[in-house]
Structure formats: C-alpha cells, structure tokens
Design a protein around this ligand. Structure first.
Ligand SMILES: O=C(O)C(=O)C[C@@H](O)[C@H](O)[C@H](O)COP(=O)(O)O
Length: 357
C-alpha cells in the first residue's frame, strides 16, 4: 500500500480497506451513504462491502453514464438524502468512475451547505484524474463540468483491484490521463510509457503513484486553477468539446478517448505555432494513436466550435488553450484562433480517416 499526502487529505493506493471505516469513525459520522451507479452497484459494491466491512445506512443508485451527470440526477440524490433524514454529519462514499465521484462530490458539497465525502474511484480514469484536486460538478448545456465547485474529500481510496471490472476500452481511456501527465510534466515518464505494450500487465500501484504525484504537485501549487493548474487541461479544450457534441449521439466517446483526440489536435496547433517541432508532433501522434481504436465523427463543426467558445478557461472572446512547448513542458493561456482549431481538427481527421463514419 502507498500513500500520498495532500494538504488536507490523504490518498491511499492499494489495499487500505480498514482505513475506510477508520475515516468514518474519525469524522464522527451520523449516517453513511454509498453512492453507486447501476454498473458499480453490480460490479464493485459487493467487493467494496465485503472488504471494507462497512454497514452503510443507505445505498443510493444513479443511472450509469456521462449523460446522467446532470443537475436532475443531483436532485434525485439530494432527495434520497432528505428521505433518509441525513443531517450535516452525514457522509457520502462515492463508489464509481468520474461521473459518480464528480456528481457525488457536488451533491455532498451543496447538501445542507456541505457534508463530508470520501472518494473511492473505481476506473483507471477516475483514479488518475478526478480522484484528487477537489473538482466536483456536473455538465450543463452540453458543457462539461459547467456547474461545480472546488471542494476536497476527507480521503481517497484507490484500488487497482477494481480494474478487473473494466473493459479494455475503459482501461485505454483511463490511460489517456497518464499519457497527459507525462506529456505536460515528465519527459522520462513519457519515454517509459512509450515502452508499455499491454496495459493489463502494468504494475499498477507504483504506476498510479508516479502519475498522481505529478497531479498532486500541480494542484497543490494552484488549487483554484488561477494559472499552472490549467496544464492539466491539455487536450481538454478540443477534447471536452468533441466529447460534449458526441455525448447524445451513437458515436459518444469516453472522456479519455476525447482527451486523446484533443491532445493530438492541440499538439498540431502547438506545431504550427512553432512550440513543438515536426519530430515531436510525429512522436506524440504516433504514440497516442495506438490508443485510438474507436471511430469518431467531427462533422458537427459548428457545435464543436460553440463548445470550445464556452470553455471555462476562456476570457472574453479569447480561447485560452494549454499547449505543449516540448514533450514534458506546457504553456498555458495560449490564445488560439478558430482557424488554428480547424487546422487541428483537419489534422485529426487526416490521421484516422474517420471523417465519414
Ligand atoms: O484536475 C484538473 O484541474 C483537471 O483539469 C483534470 C482534467 O483532466 C479533468 O478532466 C477535469 O475535470 C477537467 O476540468 P474542467 O475544469 O476543465 O472541467
């Protein structure tokens, strides 16, 4: 078991099951609820209850999938908490992927002006991405995480044991966030990661720790994303827009898949701006493309552009994107034009020839 200490909470990686009950006891909790979605209820909850020996006062279930990361789903959960007479000493354990963690954290942060919560992320994506940094929220008007707050959990329990419940597609999507951490901050991690050929054989505990230490450094330096934390949004200006547009279509993508596409398109923009050279762009594209084994459709350009214009990082009319200026180095607040976005999207289409799915 490994531990990462952040300013006001701790992340345990590995078998720390008994620590979950200890955290509940330490916090003088009146009632404890476990939030699951339909998938984690079936595939993760039995293992979680058996190993942690927790006896929750209620299991609250929401439907699975990004389309349910909405304020309407929050209302259902708030309603359940009221029905169970949850008071301000109640605590929610969010057992699931990014949607459960982000939405559950938001529900907890706003219920009776805030109750405590614990994150038990079950997907590779949520373990690497949403688990630390305190960003909680929901989507709105197709804009990803448009409503939300920064609020830290009491503790985070990460366990690769849950990866047996993940499909290869989910695993690859989650891996995108590790690729992102390496690309923005660690050239040698990138070189190592390029050597990985089979995600199922990774020794996860040290791998997760290395990747999360990058994120920890960034979020502790800038918890409210005034500056350097924007580095973590590399690939997200274009990625979030693609994800949002495709969300309700038959070609919907997982978050990490959209971020992979975003990282490729944004690397092309960095190259035309002279931040990356041709070789670096090819190296990034050639490695990231190994994880792009899904089709995608970028034809709804106007909608993609509209969502890019609504990105949280923008200021006024300026689209402020995070780009790479070398492998392992980032440049925030890059004021990119719509023409450059178009070049990035065309580059993506050319790489994969998925423009006519
Ligand atoms: O923790 C962060 O900060 C990140 O930007 C991590 C992202 O990978 C993550 O997807 C995040 O939720 C996106 O944040 P948002 O504020 O752009 O919605």
């Amino acid at each position: 078991m490994r531990q990462i200490k952040l300013q006001d909470y701790q992340v345990s990686i590995g078998n720390a099951w008994a620590e979950i009950q200890n955290t509940i006891d330490f916090n003088g909790v009146s009632k404890c609820f476990v939030l699951v979605d339909a998938m984690t209820k079936e595939y993760c909850l039995p293992l979680f209850l058996e190993k942690s020996q927790i006896k929750p006062d209620g299991i609250i279930e929401i439907p699975a999938g990004e389309t349910y990361k909405t304020i309407e789903t929050c209302q259902r959960v708030w309603n359940e908490l009221f029905l169970h007479d949850a008071d301000r000493q109640a605590l929610i354990i969010n057992l699931g992927g990014g949607v459960v963690g982000d939405l559950g954290g938001f529900v907890a942060s706003t219920y009776k002006r805030g109750i405590k919560f614990i994150q038990v992320p079950t997907t590779l994506l949520s373990q690497l991405d949403a688990s630390i940094g305190g960003k909680v929220g929901v989507d709105f008007l197709s804009l990803k995480n448009a409503l939300g707050v920064f609020n830290n959990p009491e503790a985070v329990f990460i366990n690769p044991a849950f990866f047996d419940t993940l499909s290869d597609r989910q695993l690859k999507s989650g891996f995108a966030e590790a690729l992102k951490h390496a690309l923005i901050a660690d050239r040698s991690m990138w070189d190592n990661i390029k050597g990985i050929t089979d995600l199922r054989t990774i020794d996860w505990e040290p791998f997760l720790e290395e990747s999360l230490l990058i994120k920890k450094r960034i979020v502790e330096n800038d918890p409210y994303e005034k500056g350097p934390r924007k580095a973590l949004n590399f690939g997200h200006t274009i990625g979030h827009a693609i994800e949002g547009v495709l969300l309700e279509t038959e070609h919907s993508l997982l978050h990490g898949e959209a971020v992979l596409l975003g990282m490729i398109a944004e690397s092309k923009i960095a190259q035309i701006r002279g931040l990356l050279n041709e070789n670096e762009l090819s190296e990034i594209t050639n490695h990231l493309r190994k994880y792009v084994d899904f089709s995608f459709d970028l034809q709804q350009r106007d909608m993609i552009i509209n969502l890019i214009k609504g990105d949280k990082k923008n200021e006024g009319d300026k689209i402020l994107c995070t780009l790479l200026n070398a492998i392992g180095q980032y440049a925030i607040n890059q004021d990119i034009s719509l023409e450059e976005v178009e070049v990035g999207l065309i580059y993506l289409e050319e790489q994969f020839d998925y423009s006519n799915v």
